[in-house]
Design a protein around this ligand. Structure first.
Ligand SMILES: CC(C)(COP(=O)(O)OP(=O)(O)OC[C@H]1O[C@@H](n2cnc3c(N)ncnc32)[C@H](O)[C@@H]1OP(=O)(O)O)[C@@H](O)C(=O)NCCC(=O)NCCS
Length: 124
């Protein structure tokens, strides 16, 4: 599937995540979606959005490597924010893996700032 291939190319896929299940859940859910940008028939960018009833979350933002630095990532984030705002979210949040240092400048450029929180998690 094109979206999953894009996530893999962008190194967003981890062995412990079932990406096909992530895709299906986001598409079928009433509080989530996956937005995409196409050039002709080719998918060149995606972002997953979800509203948890309190905050809006963004996942799987990826732009095809040969199409980066052309404003596509910013446009996708703008569309994600619009989607979340329409669902009633007042704040958009996202998680960046500690190793993914290069992306910080991108998020700062579009108005995101570091949150003074630690994310804790548990597999269910
Ligand atoms: C992060 C990502 C989606 C950005 O998409 P993009 O289409 O290249 O971003 P834009 O062209 O809209 O960039 C907007 C601005 O952000 C900044 N920026 C973007 N990528 C940057 C980089 N690698 N290094 C420094 N600044 C960067 C620049 O200021 C840029 O403006 P400029 O090109 O005029 O200088 C893309 O690099 C990507 O797919 N990365 C791999 C996947 C990933 O890490 N996703 C995020 C997971 S949290």
């Amino acid at each position: 599937m094109a979206a999953i291939a894009l996530w893999a190319e962008a190194r967003l896929v981890r062995p412990w995540n079932d990406v096909s299940a992530d895709f299906r859940r986001a598409i079928l859910g009433t509080t989530s979606s996956i937005l995409g940008v196409k050039d002709a028939d080719e998918l060149i960018g995606t972002v997953m959005v979800g509203h948890d009833g309190h905050r809006g979350w963004v996942y799987y933002l990826a732009v095809s490597s040969i199409r980066q630095r052309q404003g596509i990532g910013s446009r996708l984030m703008g569309a994600a924010e619009e989607w979340l705002h329409e669902k009633g979210a007042v704040k958009a949040q996202l998680m960046v893996r500690n190793q993914n240092t290069s992306v910080t400048q991108f998020y700062e450029q579009i108005g995101y700032e570091n949150s003074d929180v630690r994310v804790m998690s548990k597999w269910l």
